[in-house]
Write a protein that binds this ligand. Structure first.
Ligand SMILES: Cc1cc2nc3c(=O)[nH]c(=O)nc-3n(C[C@H](O)[C@H](O)[C@H](O)COP(=O)(O)OP(=O)(O)OC[C@H]3O[C@@H](n4cnc5c(N)ncnc54)[C@H](O)[C@@H]3O)c2cc1C
Length: 421
């Protein structure tokens, strides 16, 4: 690369950092290279910000198998009939037009000594800094009777796109007075309020189209995110329709039989028409392949999202074990901006700002009945630590709930353009 004037005429910390940083300028391969694996909430944001803010000084390659990313956020609203599938799809064209080299392929290996990522189609991509944001995979054997080969009979719909469409098709095909079952996941998992917003949206659909149908939720947890708000909403809008069976009532002692379409909760067998199995989760497989996981997740340093196992690898979003932030799209986007700033600083000597993070999770319970929970966070030596938070109150007036829903619509438009351009 051309020597960067700012590096040499800059003053203070930025110049000092640039001069003391491990030099990729002298490696003889031109621009510093960042490879991002996973073009979802975390990866797309990181790729976009590094390309945009480095103004061509860093070569950014994004590896992502799909050509359209369908958000999980707002996918429950699609189940409820508030959104179309097309509303949730985002392409990579704008990222490509703005300088990101988008490669549609699977990353299948990481050679940390050679600093290369190998691709399913063959070949490998070199990096100076590698950012992993592969989202989640499922823990084998987490729900007795279920593995990914059963995902067509009993969909998880916890990755966006075709799984969500399948669950909607099954919901629409339910017989009159049928039973929709959900097996909820144990902590920690992607989107803490997600299963319960889904129950609300399924109930909304059934109330209008199949009002004698029932919903059973087998939950291994004693309590869940925004529980008071959801249970108040379920009593107000969907009385008698939803049976939540928590840990105390044997909700964790569950097995399924996808061939027979039965769910067994604490020894009691129930025939069901739809069964949404959301198993326990772990970091996307490539994080394990790269050797940056410890148990199910990838521990990171809060200040810059760098892996605790390798200073040249960063892990974003759901795959990371970072501390207090929930696994959400908003969190992944927030972490990606901190990471992008730190990576750019390490590679070009640009100013690195102190890490600040934020998150809000909105949930729709029924038409215009939106609730939210959120917090701000800072980096400490141990973790991303919560600073302060807020949550909707029970019994709020209808106009406030409507405003909260409208706020979530604005958030979706803003954050998806922040991710995909
Ligand atoms: C029902 C539901 C509702 C939700 N609602 C909300 C909400 O309202 N608000 C909110 O903030 N969050 C919400 N979320 C959570 C949000 O979707 C995730 O937290 C977020 O997508 C995590 O971002 P990520 O970058 O970690 O992973 P993802 O967005 O899942 O991106 C991972 C990407 O990596 C790619 N990938 C995986 N492995 C490889 C590989 N080996 N090579 C190349 N590419 C690979 C995948 O194809 C995928 O595109 C919801 C989730 C669900 C399931």
């Amino acid at each position: 690369m051309k020597l960067n004037r700012r590096v040499f005429i800059g003053t203070g910390a930025a110049a000092a950092a640039a001069l003391s940083a491990p030099s990729v300028f002298a490696d003889g391969h031109g621009k510093p290279r960042v490879v991002v694996v996973g073009g979802g909430a975390g990866g797309a944001t990181a790729a976009r910000y590094i390309a945009k803010d480095s103004k061509g000084e860093i070569a950014v390659t994004l590896i992502e198998p799909t050509r359209m990313y369908y958000t999980c956020f707002f996918s429950n609203l699609y189940l409820g009939g508030f959104k179309e599938m097309d509303d949730l799809g985002h392409s990579y064209g704008t990222l490509a037009a703005n300088g990101v080299n988008v490669v549609h392929d699977w990353a299948v290996g990481v050679d940390r000594d050679a600093k290369t990522v190998s691709l399913a189609s063959g070949g490998s991509v070199p990096y100076d800094k590698l950012i992993l944001s592969p989202g989640i995979d499922f823990v084998d054997g987490a729900v007795e009777g279920w593995d990914v080969s059963a995902q067509n009979a009993m969909p998880h719909a916890y990755k966006g796109g075709s799984q969500t469409e399948l669950l909607k098709a099954q919901l629409m095909a339910m017989p009159e007075g049928g039973t929709f079952a959900m097996v909820a996941p144990p902590n920690p998992y992607r989107c803490p309020p997600g299963p319960y917003e889904r129950v609300s949206m399924v109930a909304h659909y059934l109330k209008a189209n199949n009002p004698t149908a029932k919903i059973i939720v087998a939950d291994p947890k004693p309590k869940f995110s925004k529980q008071g708000l959801f249970q108040e909403g379920w009593a107000n809008h969907y009385e008698g329709m939803i049976d939540w069976i928590g840990e105390d009532f044997g909700g964790g002692n569950v097995s399924v039989d996808p061939a027979a379409m039965t769910v067994t909760i604490d020894g009691e067998v129930t025939n069901v028409d739809v069964c949404n199995v959301i198993p326990a989760m772990k970091a996307g497989h490539i994080a394990e392949v790269a050797g940056v996981t410890d148990g199910n997740w990838a521990p990171v340093n809060a200040a810059d999202m760098s892996s605790k196992a390798d200073a040249d690898i960063y892990v974003l979003g759901d795959a990371s074990q970072q501390g207090d932030m929930p696994k959400s799209g908003y969190s992944a986007n927030s972490q990606a901006k901190v990471c992008a700033n730190a990576v750019r600083g390490a590679l070009t000597g640009s100013k690195v700002f102190p890490a600040k993070f934020s998150n809000t999770c909105w949930s729709l319970i029924d038409t215009n009945d939106g609730v939210k929970v959120g917090a701000t966070y800072e980096a400490t030596d141990e973790k991303i630590a919560k600073v302060d938070g807020f949550i909707s109150a029970t019994g709020e007036p209808a106009d406030l709930r409507k405003a909260t829903y409208e706020e979530s619509e604005g958030w979706y438009a803003g954050i998806t353009s922040d991710m995909f351009g």
